[in-house]
Design a protein around this ligand. Structure first.
Ligand code: ATP
Ligand code: MG
Length: 264
């Protein structure tokens, strides 16, 4: 692995640091989205993805987002994680006005506050599992021996300490996703954003990866937003929302109703 020089963490601009307005006696939620609009423009004209989307997520919640393909689920996670910009509206995420971040601030915000897990693991094939998990630490300027030691501990937390020296091609799909989960959480983010983290796995393996997400969500007091097509997994979250027509609506009270079987 090449030596990584410490990355300077820029201070957030004044607009991004402005404290989120709070209601009296009501602590600010970790995610607050109000009147979000997102329009993509192409040669064929405007494509309105969100038309006034609202979302509040309290610290510690595990929220599932379901919806048909193309509804905008990935776009929503990208905006929350400062990977894409809203067209208008307010987006506070982990006490940060994400729309006001410069690209450099957005990169530092993601590294510090957000753990991302994608449908495909995006592990670097030439590095071992342990090195892959260590990469976000090295990007922050943590020295290699310390980064590798922390990465080893995270591999233990996803029950993969015996696979530390394996390259991604020498791991099963479920194991690759658990390494990706360890990599997402190695910087101790407050928020876990997972975009169909089990979408590429068979039902049994998907259930096991979800078990691990649930366990780490609890033990690290995370706030998690998970996009899934699997209604059984959505029903295991504290709340499930459907994204449709550019807005979010409650799917059902996941703790009071029987989960609907199958996928959507
Ligand atoms: N950069 C872009 N430019 C133009 N249109 C885009 C862009 N990114 C996404 N879209 C469009 O926005 C819509 C929402 O895309 P998005 O990827 O958020 O859907 P999704 O709900 O995640 O779907 P899936 O379940 O298939 O992953 C789609 O119709 C897509 O074609
Ligand atoms: Mg998507």
């Amino acid at each position: 692995m090449t030596k990584t020089t410490p990355a300077a963490v820029p201070q957030a601009s004044r607009a991004a640091r402005e404290p989120e307005p709070r209601k009296a006696d009501n602590p600010a939620p970790i995610v607050r989205v109000m009147g979000l609009k997102k329009t993509y423009w192409s040669t064929r004209g405007a494509l309105d993805i969100f038309v006034g989307l609202d979302l509040e997520v309290a610290a510690g919640e595990m929220v599932a987002v379901v919806g048909r393909s193309g509804a905008g689920k990935s776009t929503l996670l990208h905006i929350l994680g400062a990977l894409d910009a809203p067209s208008s509206g307010t987006v506070y995420c982990a006490s940060t006005n994400v729309a006001a971040l410069t690209p450099r601030e957005a990169a530092a915000f993601r590294n510090r506050e957000i753990g991302y897990v994608w449908q495909f693991h995006y592990l670097l094939p030439e590095f071992t599992a342990q090195e892959n998990v260590a990469l976000p630490l090295l990007a922050r300027g943590v020295r290699k021996p310390e980064a590798l030691a922390v990465a080893a501990d995270w591999l233990r937390q996803v029950d993969l300490e015996e696979r530390a020296a394996h390259r991604p091609g020498e791991l099963s799909g479920g194991e690759q996703q658990r390494v990706a989960l360890a990599r997402a959480l190695v910087n101790n983010p407050r928020l876990l954003l997972a975009d169909e983290p089990t979408g590429d796995l068979d039902d049994i393996t998907a259930g096991r990866v979800f078990d691990q997400i649930e366990r780490l969500h609890r033990s690290h007091r995370l706030t998690s937003i998970l996009v899934t097509h699997n209604l059984d997994l959505a029903a295991r979250c504290t709340r499930a929302l459907r994204l449709e027509g550019g807005r979010l609506t409650p799917l059902a009270s996941t703790q009071q109703t029987e989960p609907q079987p199958g996928n959507i």
